[in-house]
Write a new protein. Structure first.
Length: 260
């Protein structure tokens, strides 16, 4: 059984339980003590149960909106993007405790997925799956080339990056077209940045995944914190449903509906 951390999901779960208990209590006592104010209070509190139960069910088993807070998945995702995350893509999980109730699928190479941080479970992180159980992952820190099962991931140079750059200096930022699994996507590299990573050569064990950000030189991912346990996975990011940055409103509108 997974432990839980105090967050909005826990609050919503407890609120649903408390309003259910209030509703049951008010129903039981209504015939005998309906005149007391505290019974009327519990009845009023219990009336919120259906709404809270619906919100909790949708949020836990169907989908949840997320806002992108950082630039680690540029250019696929930008700061200010709001994304739709399918929480049933990889299994239906118990709210709060995150036990898998029904298996519905497994992450595939190339998927963009959301998971609870292995360092701080109260934080949700988004990356791209580059390694699944059984894969041998090797990242050459000198050449910045990724190898999966001794095969170099195909990356074709496109040109200099000229899009949104957030807090990153766009000078020297280059785009490459990469193929991960069956997914084609764009990755970014910075000519002037060379980092040292801890996890660069390993075999992904059962029940774990290796994730990387598309903004290769500005992403804290599995190269830094290691493998991602399957039980930490929240869901699969599907598309951008809104983008908000006040200084780029029109350009932001063009991002709405982009598939991931």
């Amino acid at each position: 059984m997974q432990g839980f951390h105090w967050d909005y999901e826990v609050f919503l779960f407890l609120a649903a339980v408390l309003t259910l208990l209030a509703w049951l209590y008010s129903r039981q006592k209504k015939a005998r003590v309906s005149q007391y104010k505290y019974i009327r209070f519990t009845a009023a509190a219990g009336s919120f149960f259906p709404l809270l139960f619906l919100i909790l069910s949708v949020r836990s088993f169907a989908f949840e909106p997320f806002r992108i807070p950082s630039s680690s998945m540029m250019p696929t995702l930008l700061t200010g993007d709001f994304i739709y995350v399918d929480k049933s893509a990889y299994g239906l999980k118990m709210p709060v405790f995150h036990n898998t109730l029904i298996e519905t699928g497994q992450p595939k190479k190339g998927d963009v997925f959301v998971f609870r941080s292995v360092e701080d479970p109260s934080i949700d992180v988004i990356k791209r799956v580059v390694g699944v159980p059984g894969d041998h992952i090797r990242y050459d820190q000198r050449t910045k080339q990724l190898f999966v099962n001794e095969q170099r991931v195909n990356e074709q140079f496109i040109g200099s990056y000229k899009g949104f750059h957030d807090d990153i200096n766009p000078q020297g930022l280059n785009q490459k077209q990469a193929t991960t699994g069956e997914q084609q996507h764009t990755v970014l590299y910075s000519n002037g940045v060379h980092r040292s990573y801890q996890y660069t050569d390993l075999v992904v064990p059962e029940g774990h995944y290796f994730g990387m950000g598309d903004n290769r030189d500005f992403s804290k991912d599995s190269r830094v914190f290691g493998l991602i346990p399957a039980e930490n996975i929240v869901g699969q990011a599907k598309f951008i449903w809104m983008h908000w940055r006040p200084n780029a409103f029109i350009d932001g509108l063009k991002r709405i509906g982009n598939l991931l």
